[in-house]
Design a binder for this molecule. Structure first.
Ligand SMILES: Cc1cc2nc3c(=O)[nH]c(=O)nc-3n(C[C@H](O)[C@H](O)[C@H](O)COP(=O)(O)OP(=O)(O)OC[C@H]3O[C@@H](n4cnc5c(N)ncnc54)[C@H](O)[C@@H]3O)c2cc1C
Length: 416
């Protein structure tokens, strides 16, 4: 069924009786050409682009919970292409271009809103670093504008420009940055993949990976064994656990990242704003809630919830930057398990096991990567060659020293 304004109108007239399920609920088949483990944003987009770009439709996505139950539905929804290093820069630039056509492509309203992102700086040194980053963005063909203090005040008059501890010197403005509704992205890709014949199998946990003579031959699951000669591990925070089923030790640590949302307020923040002197970033959802987050909790964990010291840190940073936020009531907070790589950049690669692929290391930033990540992993699986914009996301770069130290964050951000 095609979604359209006319369809909404028609269904309104006939009591919404004509809507069908957005995707099927098939039982697993004994064998597929490709198995994608993980029904998050990256797994679903991989399946979608395998079908859409390469005509490979005999594909199963195996998800241990329900589609979108992982980080894809837990993030703070920021979409941007403001990376600095060659390797990352062209990849995120490609991703943003895919975002810009995504709603038409998927025939699904993912509420992509290019409201502009402003990264604040608070010292001369930080200004220099952001000017360099802005130049790199322009050189890549993306957009960046360096704002001085008055330029920031004009756009964000509600910030505290009087506080002297971290005075606002200016900001790097990325007009094409913004937000999207995170779970709609999962649903849109799921629906698109399903329509092209992909089986989306929920409540199906992979418990083992079958390997024969160095070649993957399938997986064991809670719903039985399934055969495939190509298997992709796309499980974000669970990457180390799943890779260990194939005897692979990954350079990944899993850490908790928290996020928060307030009660609905009248529109007051119309950009995405990121504080430069504390890890704090904020935007306002279409429902009116202020959505914000901060840094990792800084201990490795598989618990999808966080602890109070980071809550206090995030609230303090918010109050420093915009004291008006102190009057809003926080409604909910939650955590997600982040797949942190040592250099803060992702991995999209083959593994030493023939037919077994890995997609992980998305750190804090994998939501914006969803379209390009699926596009590039599908390319690698279909052609055997890395996509040009993802060729540096190699698994062996930590052994060879070709790291992509984007922000020096890595899994132990506090140690840098
Ligand atoms: C609080 C928070 C804020 C964030 N903010 C942003 C942001 O503003 N912008 C941004 O770009 N990124 C952000 N991120 C990061 C982003 O959400 C992640 O990098 C990205 O969603 C990870 O990829 P995914 O969607 O495929 O992961 P997930 O949705 O976690 O998908 C992985 C799936 O694998 C499944 N799985 C695991 N093990 C198995 C198994 N054995 N068998 C079957 N299935 C399995 C899981 O159930 C899960 O559904 C944020 C993350 C968090 C937690």
């Amino acid at each position: 069924m095609r979604y359209s304004g006319f369809r909404v109108f028609l269904e309104g007239l006939r009591g919404n009786s004509g809507w069908g399920p957005a995707w099927r609920k098939p039982d697993p088949q004994p064998a597929y050409d490709v198995i994608v483990i993980g029904g998050g944003g990256h797994g679903l987009s991989t399946a979608y682009y395998l079908a859409r770009n390469h005509g490979i439709t005999n594909v199963a996505v195996l998800e241990k919970g329900y589609l979108g139950s992982g980080n894809i539905g837990r993030n703070t929804t920021i979409v941007r292409a403001n990376y600095f290093l060659p390797g990352n820069s062209e990849f995120y630039s490609h991703s943003l271009k895919l975002w810009e056509g995504l709603e038409t492509e998927l025939n699904y309203n993912v509420m992509h809103s290019q409201r502009g992102l402003i990264n604040l700086f608070h010292s001369d040194g930080q200004r220099d670093a952001f000017a360099r980053r802005g130049n790199a963005m322009l050189a890549q063909g993306d957009d960046a504008i360096l704002l001085d203090r008055d330029g920031v005040r004009e756009k964000l008059p509600y910030l505290d420009f009087e506080q002297t501890r971290f005075p606002i010197y200016g900001g790097l403005y990325h007009p094409r940055g913004g937000t999207a509704r995170h779970d709609a992205v999962a649903w849109g890709y799921a629906r698109g993949a399903d329509r092209r014949g992909v089986d989306l199998i929920e409540n199906c946990e992979v418990t083992g990976i079958a390997i024969e003579d160095g070649q993957v031959i399938g997986v064991q699951t809670t719903r039985g064994a399934i055969r495939a000669n190509k298997v992709a591990m796309v499980v974000a925070g669970r990457s180390s656990q799943v890779a260990s089923m194939a005897g692979i030790r990954l350079p990944i640590e899993s850490h908790v990242l928290q996020a928060f949302v307030t009660e609905g307020l009248k529109p007051c923040i119309d950009h995405v704003v990121s504080f430069g002197m504390g890890h704090f970033y904020i935007s306002q959802s279409d429902k009116g809630g202020l959505v914000f987050g901060g840094d990792l909790d800084f201990y490795a964990s598989y618990a999808a919830r966080g602890n109070l010291p980071m809550v206090e840190h995030v609230m303090e940073a918010g109050m420093t930057l915009m004291p008006m936020i102190g009057r809003a009531k926080v409604l909910r907070s939650w955590g997600g398990i982040m797949d942190m790589s040592p250099d803060g950049s992702p991995i999209i690669d083959k593994t030493p096991i023939e037919g077994l692929f890995i997609n992980c290391g998305w750190n804090y930033g994998g939501f914006k990567a969803v379209p390009a990540s699926g596009w590039c992993l599908a390319h690698l699986m279909a052609t055997g060659e890395p996509h040009p914009v993802a060729r540096r996301f190699r698994l062996d770069r930590f052994a060879t020293g070709h790291i992509l130290d984007e922000e020096g964050t890595g899994s132990q951000h506090n140690l840098h």
